[in-house]
Ligand binder design. Structure first.
Ligand code: ATP
Length: 269
């Protein structure tokens, strides 16, 4: 089982300010998840029922994984991240053992958050797999989730672009009982995402993100598209500078940030 323990991995230390837009979702996560870890003493004595786990659902590339990683980092808990299919094995009993190992590991490093990406592949509706492998995985996961509710210091985040495929027993109260839709960014969200991804870049004078025309062209873009738009613009700007530079060695000795960047957006239809 490949597990990513990001507690010592600086690449994944993202903060709320690294996520463009989604203001109401960030607030909801702070109140329902971050507070319970930050004020664990208060919540352990209070009668408030805590959320055991969250399901992020919505189109691919809109920031579900980024939200999970950021949530764990902001809650200052250990983070184990697995892709659903990675836990599945063709050997009898092995997939269930992988689930048990994962939760044992989480318990040993608690407080801990476990994030399942591509959750639908791990826990599809029962009764449809002739070999019964995924049915046993669902049952094992249900057992573990019920144990997690009692412990309180392990939190589950699952992400999927196909919530309709997930076995409904996992989505009941006490299990993954909060479901949050992560959809396409609004124009205002796009602006924040653009600002985040260009915060360390010098833009050409004619780049004005806030112009309605620019944002309209970016309609139907998601966070992942903005990231690749900026990456491609950086490469193009760098290439342009190489073409016009007489001294390539000198050019490479400059910091890439000194390259002024223009942005050309192709509208999506
Ligand atoms: P998938 O379902 O394919 O796993 P996802 O919804 O989990 O996709 P992410 O992997 O979180 O999407 O996002 C893809 C990339 O886009 C990441 O590099 C992420 O940093 C960036 N991104 C997405 N949304 C935002 C956002 N709101 N602000 C900043 N960056 C974003």
């Amino acid at each position: 089982v490949k597990m990513l323990d990001t507690s010592k991995n600086h690449l994944f230390k993202s903060h709320w300010s690294d996520i463009g837009g989604m203001d109401h979702i960030k607030t909801e996560l702070i109140q329902t998840v971050q507070w319970r870890f930050e004020h664990a003493n208060y919540f352990s004595k209070s009668p408030i029922r805590l959320v055991s786990g969250i399901l992020f659902y919505g189109p691919s590339g809109c920031g579900k994984t980024l939200l999970g990683q950021t949530l764990a980092n902001e809650c200052k808990v250990n983070f184990l991240q697995v892709k659903g299919p990675e836990l599945l094995s063709k050997y009898v009993g092995s997939s269930e053992q992988n689930i048990r190992d994962l939760f044992n590991k989480a318990r040993s490093v608690a407080p801990c958050m476990i994030m399942f990406d591509e959750f639908e592949a791990l826990v599809p509706k029962r009764g449809r797999d002739s070999a019964g492998v995924t049915d046993r995985v669902v049952n094992q996961l249900l057992t573990e989730l019920d144990g997690v509710e009692a412990l309180g210091d392990i939190f589950i985040v699952a992400a999927t672009s196909r919530p309709d495929l997930i076995d409904l027993a996992l989505l009941r109260p006490g299990r993954l009982d909060k479901h949050i839709y992560i959809g396409f960014p609004t124009k205002q969200d796009l602006l924040s995402i653009l600002r985040i991804w260009t915060s360390k870049i010098i833009l050409a004078d004619d780049v004005h993100f806030e112009e309605d025309d620019f944002l309209t062209k970016c309609e139907m873009y998601m966070g992942a598209d903005i990231k690749s738009l900026i990456y491609n613009a950086q490469l193009a700007a760098f290439d342009e500078q190489i073409q016009s530079s007489t001294n390539t060695i000198d050019m490479f000795s400059k910091l890439p940030q000194s390259t002024k960047m223009s942005i050309v957006v192709c509208q999506r239809h």
